[in-house]
Design a protein around this ligand. Structure first.
Ligand SMILES: [Zn+2]
Ligand SMILES: [Zn+2]
Length: 229
């Protein structure tokens, strides 16, 4: 089988030769010898047809790599937003304590997980945070505003620790009374900081697009944030 030959030309336009597309390293056809002799260094010939083909292949490879990268991010997409990246942008709002703060450190710890649960019907809670995991209970109805609210809320649970509430005495039917310790997650500090978070997020990213389900406090919190701007 005959090797298909390509035209290799000298960059100084002094003619060319036919050679295989991958000539051996020491193949003299790789070089323009008259030009090399003139300047004292090897002058390499180029094969324009091959260069063009390689350029197309490179571009195709880049498109493929981009598609592959996008495919890998697909699992993070919520409301057409990359929720994982969005979370990281929100976590850098000053209210969360910056790069040295607990929140940024936590979400960048390999043990931390963002979990996106996709449901068709809404759940009682839009999200959940255990400290090492933030879970979003998404539905197709989620817009950016839902995503922002839930992420900021769950990140705030890392920032603001729960407070032990008052001991309550509850009545157990027929079994006397029992002391119960209550834990308050949504403390006044939590709400105050959520107002600040909304204010900072609106300043930095503008008001979120899209509607969708909102949490119990979003309307109030956003109104307070806008009023304080
Ligand atoms: Zn030459
Ligand atoms: Zn909460």
């Amino acid at each position: 089988m005959a090797t298909k030959l390509s035209r290799w030309i000298c960059p100084n336009a002094c003619g060319g030769v036919l050679a295989p597309s991958r000539p051996r390293k020491d193949d003299v056809r790789r070089y323009c010898l008259p030009c090399s002799a003139k300047i004292g260094r090897l002058v390499e010939r180029i094969a324009p047809a091959l260069e063009a083909k390689r350029k197309i292949a490179r571009e195709r490879g880049a498109v493929k790599a981009k598609k592959k990268a996008e495919g890998a991010r697909a699992k993070w997409m919520v409301a057409r937003i990359d929720a994982e990246r969005y979370m990281k942008r929100l976590a850098l709002l000053p209210v969360y304590g910056g790069r040295k703060g607990e929140v940024w450190q936590r979400i960048n710890d390999p043990r931390f997980q963002l979990v996106i649960e996709r449901g068709t019907r809404g759940r009682r809670k839009l999200g959940h945070c255990t400290g090492w995991e933030i879970k979003l209970h998404t539905t197709p109805g989620w817009g950016e505003s839902t995503l922002r609210e839930v992420l900021m809320h769950e990140l705030m649970h890392i920032r603001v620790l729960p407070k032990r509430g008052k001991e309550r005495i509850t009545n157990l039917f027929g079994q006397g009374r029992r002391r119960v310790r209550t834990v308050q997650y949504h403390t006044p500090e939590f709400h105050r900081k959520m107002v600040v978070a909304w204010r900072q997020s609106i300043r930095r990213f503008g008001e979120p697009n899209g509607s969708g389900p909102v949490g119990k406090w979003q309307r109030e919190t956003v109104a307070a944030a806008i009023a304080s701007m």
